[in-house]
Design a protein around this ligand. Structure first.
Ligand SMILES: NC(=O)c1ccc[n+]([C@@H]2O[C@H](COP(=O)([O-])OP(=O)(O)OC[C@H]3O[C@@H](n4cnc5c(N)ncnc54)[C@H](O)[C@@H]3O)[C@@H](O)[C@H]2O)c1
Length: 270
């Protein structure tokens, strides 16, 4: 159901009031997923953070960190889930339903990067990057879509990368760029297939965002070189990406599906 614009404006800071949002890959406190969980909580969402690297202690840390940042307690649960594993994804979605009764939105920020030249990428490297980034996205989307299909509503936001659009060359190798190209194609296909059922799916392509993903993958010299070439003259912050995820998860983007939104400071204008 679309909210009229006046309602959206009067609901400032409440764009996701009582919406149940599953943020996958949100356990890193410096990451895009965590920034998204925090912004969604600020906008009234109930949050499930699913991640391969989450436990009770990490969940408490996330809950306390977000409460401190937004100035109030929020419904937040943590779910351990390896998106490479189909059953983990189904179980994670079941956990969300058990806790919150429904699921309105999936944001998939889980991913890994490997900086390797093409000829040094082993079969095992290739399989790992494709399994997490592409098969994992397929798995978690499939689990969420089974709920969205029954509801006749739902929004998916998948994280790809500028690497898919420009042909790598920044942080990730050929396997990373290819996996993210697959995420774009997968998301577009979901948008086309599930649009008639009231389900939207969009993809976000960040460029260089200052998160733990850059640690050890980018020398300070290369980082400065890239920043110098960005029209907005800085690297991205996780909150820059979170803002676009909020737009795509909320009714502000009610007529947007199958879209690829760049968050790259103008570094790739196409
Ligand atoms: N940081 C950047 O410069 C950048 C640029 C372009 C795209 N991206 C994409 O944005 C997304 C978020 O990146 P980030 O920078 O916040 O990374 P990050 O490393 O900070 O966070 C990624 C999260 O994914 C989780 N994860 C990894 N493998 C998983 C698995 N198998 N199952 C479940 N969770 C798993 C990690 O534990 C981590 O919490 C990724 O898809 C990444 O490829 C990042």
């Amino acid at each position: 159901m679309n909210a009229p614009f006046s309602t959206l404006v009067s609901q400032e800071r409440s764009l996701l009031s009582n919406r149940v949002c599953m943020i996958v890959g949100g356990a890193s406190l410096r990451g895009i997923g965590y920034a998204t969980a925090r912004l969604f909580a600020q906008h009234g969402a109930k949050i499930a953070v699913a991640d391969i690297a989450i436990d009770d202690a990490a969940t408490t840390e996330i809950r306390m960190g977000i409460a401190q940042d937004i100035g109030r307690d929020t419904d937040i649960i943590g779910i351990k889930c390896d998106i490479q594993n189909r059953h983990d994804c189904d179980r994670a979605v079941s956990d969300v339903l058990r806790q919150f009764d429904t699921l309105d939105c999936l944001v998939n920020c889980a991913g890994i990067v490997r900086s390797q030249p093409m000829l040094s990428i082993s079969e095992a490297d290739y399989d790992l990057v494709l399994d997490v980034n592409l098969k994992g996205t397929f798995n978690i989307c499939k689990s969420a879509l089974s709920v969205f299909k029954k509801k006749g509503a739902g929004a998916i936001v998948n994280l790809a990368s500028v690497a898919a659009q420009r042909g790598g060359g920044l942080v990730g190798g050929a396997h990373y760029a290819a996996s993210k190209g697959g995420v774009i194609s997968l998301t577009r296909t979901i948008a086309r297939e599930f649009g008639p059922l009231g389900i939207r799916a969009n993809v976000v392509c960040p460029s260089m965002i200052e998160t733990a993903m850059l640690d050890g993958n980018l020398s300070p010299e290369k980082f400065s070189e890239i920043v110098a070439s960005v029209p907005l003259k800085r690297a991205g912050h996780p909150s820059d990406v979170a803002g676009v995820c909020l737009f795509l998860a909320s009714e502000l983007s009610a007529y947007v599906t199958g879209a690829t939104i760049d968050v790259n400071g103008g570094s790739h204008i196409h």
